[in-house]
Design a protein around this ligand. Structure first.
Ligand code: OFO
Length: 179
């Protein structure tokens, strides 16, 4: 059984994950509008991942006999000056999410609530991966540069990331022989 404070905090995180999904879907739409199909695909996939993050929290609340509460979600920004600015915003957003996860871990640790503490370890590892992923995209953008054909090559590189990720998800979903 969870404390009311923990239920409230997890519900707050549910809304943040939905916001993250809306943010990346909106950014994906901006990329489509700018003919950046690779970036659009990558962000569209990531919007789906954020909903998966939300569903994990939702299921955990259900498993602990708690009520999940979906509150209002802020509208994401719709305009960006450049793809560099867009990915800088994502990287900053993920760093905020990491702080939020750390805060949840801190609460679980101090209550103490060891079940939630263990549940949150998945998010701790995921945030490490997400920060690494978006930092690597930003590094590529800086390396290639956005002048001339730079944008084309950046879009191709980001498309490769999306394709690699899709292949990984598909292989993980495939049953191994004997299963
Ligand atoms: Fe991008 O990790 Fe959830 O919010």
């Amino acid at each position: 059984m969870l404390s009311q404070n923990m239920i409230d905090q997890l519900n707050h995180q549910i809304n943040l994950e939905i916001y993250s999904s809306h943010l990346y879907l909106q950014m994906s739409s901006w990329c489509v509008h700018k003919a950046l199909d690779g970036c659009a695909l990558f962000l569209n996939q990531h919007a789906d991942e954020e909903m998966m993050h939300m569903r994990r929290l939702l299921n955990y609340l259900h498993e602990t006999g708690s009520l999940a509460v979906l509150g209002p979600v802020d509208a994401p920004p719709t305009q960006f000056h450049s793809v560099t600015e867009l990915f800088e915003k994502i990287y900053a957003h993920e760093q905020v999410i990491t702080q939020k996860i750390n805060h949840l871990v801190h609460i679980a640790n101090t209550e103490p609530d060891y079940s939630t503490l263990q549940f949150l370890q998945w998010y701790v590892a995921e945030q490490h991966q997400e920060e690494f992923l978006f930092k690597s995209v930003l590094d590529k953008i800086k390396l290639i540069g956005t002048d001339g054909q730079g944008m084309f090559f950046i879009d191709e590189e980001v498309k490769k990331l999306a394709t690699t990720k899709a292949a990984k998800v598909a292989s993980e979903a495939m049953p191994t022989p004997g299963e």
